[in-house]
Write a protein of this length. Structure first.
Length: 160
């Protein structure tokens, strides 16, 4: 097991709240952001006691893991999710729980491309939608796809 990220923690009010929730025994995650002369870096690993260990650096100086650091991590993990659909199962489950089809439809334009949209739509279709919700999701999502091949994959992979 690598890392499990969670961009839908229970009890969080913000849809952009993300954190790392689990890690394999020898896994680590390093996120680095360079912007002009500024560098931010977070290193996360599973400690010997099984808990996650976070190290936060700003311009090479280690800093305490404060609210700003956690906010930076949350925004980077959500950005990663939107570019890769890495945690789509958890994210879509959260969106459906929070706002049903409207939540998923609001998220689709924020995703990086049609591959990620396909993953989200298919995950939403597995999420216990009724026939009306499925139809509304498919009609609205169809207009967001630019790649016909990705849309065909949606149609060919739809759960029964």
């Amino acid at each position: 097991m690598g890392f499990i990220t969670d961009c839908a923690p229970m009890g969080m009010k913000s849809s952009s709240s993300c954190d790392v929730s689990a890690a394999g025994p020898e896994s680590f995650l390093e996120l680095i952001e360079r912007s002009g002369p500024s560098t931010r870096r977070m290193f996360i690993r599973r400690a010997n006691n099984g808990h996650l260990s976070y190290r936060w650096f700003v311009n090479s100086a280690e800093r305490p893991l404060d609210e700003d650091a956690r906010g930076w991590l949350a925004s980077r993990l959500l950005e990663l999710e939107r570019h890769t659909a890495y945690g789509a199962e958890q994210r879509v489950e959260y969106l459906l729980r929070r706002a049903r089809v409207d939540g998923v439809l609001a998220e689709l334009p924020l995703l990086d491309g049609d591959n990620e949209r396909r993953i989200y739509v298919l995950q939403a279709l597995k999420g216990g939608l009724d026939a009306t919700e499925k139809s509304r999701l498919l009609k609205a999502a169809r207009r967001m796809f630019l790649d016909e091949a990705e849309w065909a994959k949606v149609l060919n992979s739809m759960p029964a």
